[in-house]
Every structure is written in C-alpha cells, then in structure tokens.
Ligand binder design. Structure first.
Ligand code: TMP
Ligand code: MG
Length: 376
C-alpha cells in the first residue's frame, strides 16, 4: 500500500533555502490532482471515509492544525525565516525552475490576477478595496446596492464548501447584477478618476520592483482580472510612479458614450471562475509585441511560444488564466488571504507555492531573479 502513497512536504522558505517543517503521507494523487480543490476536498473526504486504511492518512484537519502555528507566526527572530509560505513539492519546484532558467527569459511570461494578488488584502488594518469595491458612482443608492451584493456574494466566493458549478452560477449572477447597477445608476470616467484617488487600494510591497525587473528582462506581464479594466488602468496611472510597456490589462472593459457616460461592457463578462474560457483569446493580441525579436510572427502566436508561465493568483479560479496556452512549465503562486484554516489544503493542492498572511511580493521577486538571472 505504501508504494501508492505520495509524500507531501509543507515547508517554510527563507531567502536562499528551504526548510521542511512537516512531512506526511496523503492519499495517492491528492497533491497533484487536476480536480478543482472543492472537488479535491470532497474526493479526499470520500477517500477518508471509504478507504480501508484511512486512519493511516492524517485527515486535513490534523494536517492544518499541526501546520497552523508554523505558518501563522511572525518572523522567527532566531531563524529569520519568512512566515507563511508553503511549497507543495520542493523537488518538483526545483525541476521546473531549472527548466525555466535554462530556456531563458525570452520564453517566460507572467500572468497575474489583480485584486488580492498584486494588491494588498489588508491596508493598515483595514480591508483593501478591489477595483469594483473602490468605485463610487456618485449615486449613494447604487453604491449601497452594490455593497449589499458584495456582502452577500463575497462569502460565497471564498467558501470552500460550494460545488464549483453552483459557485460559477452564483458568480455569474453577482457580476451581471453589479455591471447592471453600474450602467443603470450612472457612471462617468471622472467618477472613476475621483474614486481611485480617494480609494484604499495599494500594491503589495515589492510589486514595483517585480515590474521593473521583468521589464528589464523583456518579460511580458498580463494582468488578467475579473475586476474592471478601466479602473485597474487608472490605479496603475495613479499609484505607480511610471508606466510599464510590458504590462497589459485584460479585464471587463467599459463602453462610454460621447458624453462620458457608461453605456455597456465590451464582450463577455469575466468573473472569478470563468477566466479559463477567456485565456488564450485575451492573451494573444496582448502579447504580440513580446516574442523573439528575430522572428516574425504572422499568425500572432507568440503567446504560445512563451511556453514558461509564472502564474500569480489569489483564487483557485485564477489557475484557469493559463488554460489553452499549452505551456511547458508553469509555476503557480497563490496568495491565500483569508479563510486560511479551511482553504490551506485546497491551495496547497492547487498552487506550487502558497503565500499566507497577505505577504509581500519579495518571494516572487526572488524567484524571478533565480529564473531570469541574465538579460535575454
Ligand atoms: P480579480 O480577478 O482581479 O481578483 O477581481 C475580482 C475580485 O473582485 C473578486 O475577488 C471579487 C471582487 N468584487 C468586488 O469586490 N465587488 C464586486 O462588485 C464584484 C463583482 C467583485
Ligand atoms: Mg483576485
């Protein structure tokens, strides 16, 4: 039976090294399953219930409670280890890193979610706003209606217990209602600018350095968000000291009439659980300037040629951002901002590296420095 078990290692990382904290056996395939984590959790529960030697597998609750003190603490003054980083499979990660490094920066692309990934979840003890959440339409009744929707749907969005099909329908509902209220209640581009200037939104520490590094290496960054493109671009303009040629935003884009009033949204709605349906179509035109400079690309397929993907997200649905890319290597990095106890196992199953505690981008910057040590 033991030849069928896999070993999961959850470790803390510090600059320049890894240290294993916990080692345990888990059911075969669980750590690398392609099932969504919601299913995977159910699948795990089923295994635990029906497997004859289930007691040999520590249940998730045991795994999480034994990890919690290690993962949650502040920086250990003796070891100086960063708190709150989990790596599912260090050996696999090292293999992926070596493959990406040897193919060079010309084959790398970064696909990043915006809200809760590039931005902080908490800002000075206050919940950071999202591109949707910061918006003041200039109509308090409609602002309150959208806030009421947030209070109803956001707990459903982050719940690990709702089956994926059901949750997808709920998210469609939320986005359609919110977009409808934005049109119905009136919105102008001036209100967007004012809202961003008054917002509580901030990039994670280290994001600017990450963008600068990737720009220097000629690595394109696709910001792929279920938020609002016009607002995200305004956040970039107002909250960053300069623009970055290598960054493009793919998100729900507004259509304004000649008086500057919102009248519609372009194309199909992107919500947190259908990013996979939009992935390649959205990415291709965005990346067409970032291929190999020595090759012409008549069929606009450069995005497919950058076959090494660094994916950053804070939601399980963000993994769909690379669907259709046919990548060779993907390092998926997840920021688990909330519901840590209930979602940690799901995130560790789904992402290669998981950052907890609303941490900085420092670890990702260190990673890309290792992946792309030289100019292309
Ligand atoms: P993201 O894809 O950049 O993370 O953006 C999606 C986030 O936006 C998601 O986590 C939920 C959030 N959101 C709001 O805060 N208010 C809203 O009205 C809607 C529809 C989404
Ligand atoms: Mg997000």
């Amino acid at each position: 039976m033991f030849e069928h078990t896999r070993v999961a290692q959850l470790i803390l990382m510090r600059p320049g090294g890894h240290r294993r904290l916990h080692r345990t056996t888990i059911p075969p395939g669980a750590a690398s399953t392609a099932l969504t984590p919601i299913h995977s959790l159910r699948h795990r529960r089923r295994n635990l219930l029906h497997f004859p030697f289930a007691s040999l597998f520590p249940p998730s609750a045991f795994l999480l409670s034994s990890l919690a003190p290690c993962l949650r603490g502040s920086m250990n003054p003796k070891t100086m280890m960063a708190p709150g980083v989990a790596v599912r499979d260090p050996e696999l990660l090292e293999k992926k890193k070596a493959a990406i490094r040897s193919a060079g920066p010309v084959n790398v692309q970064v696909i990043a979610d915006f809200d809760g990934t590039l931005t902080k979840y908490w800002i000075n003890g206050i919940r950071g706003q999202t591109s949707h959440g910061l918006l003041q339409q200039g109509n308090q009744v409609y602002d309150a209606k959208r806030q009421a929707l947030y209070e109803y749907y956001h707990p459903l969005e982050i719940s690990p217990d709702i089956p994926i099909e059901e949750k997808t329908k709920l998210m469609e509902e939320w986005w359609e209602k919110t977009h409808g209220l934005l049109i119905e209640g009136g919105l102008t581009y001036d209100a967007i600018k004012r809202s961003v200037s008054e917002s509580t939104i901030a990039f994670r520490d280290g994001v600017v350095e990450l963008f600068e590094f990737l720009e220097k290496r000629g690595v394109p960054v696709l910001v792929f968000s279920a938020g609002l493109a016009d607002i995200i671009e305004e956040v970039f303009r107002q909250k960053l000291h300069r623009s970055f040629e290598n960054i493009k935003v793919v998100s729900n884009r507004m259509v304004f009439d000649e008086t500057g009033r919102l009248i519609a949204f372009k194309g199909k709605t992107i919500h947190v659980l259908n990013k996979n349906e939009h992935a390649l179509d959205m990415a291709a035109p965005v990346h067409d300037n970032f291929g190999d400079p020595n090759e012409s690309d008549p069929d606009n397929s450069l995005v497919k040629k950058r076959t090494n993907v660094l994916l950053l997200g804070d939601h399980i649905g963000d993994l769909g951002m690379s669907d259709g890319l046919n990548y060779e290597n993907r390092v998926a990095i997840g920021f688990l901002n909330t519901n840590t106890e209930t979602s940690l196992q799901n995130y560790v199953d789904a992402f290669d590296i998981v950052y907890l505690n609303d941490g900085s981008m420092g670890g990702v910057l260190e990673l890309v420095t290792q992946l792309c040590p030289q100019d292309p």
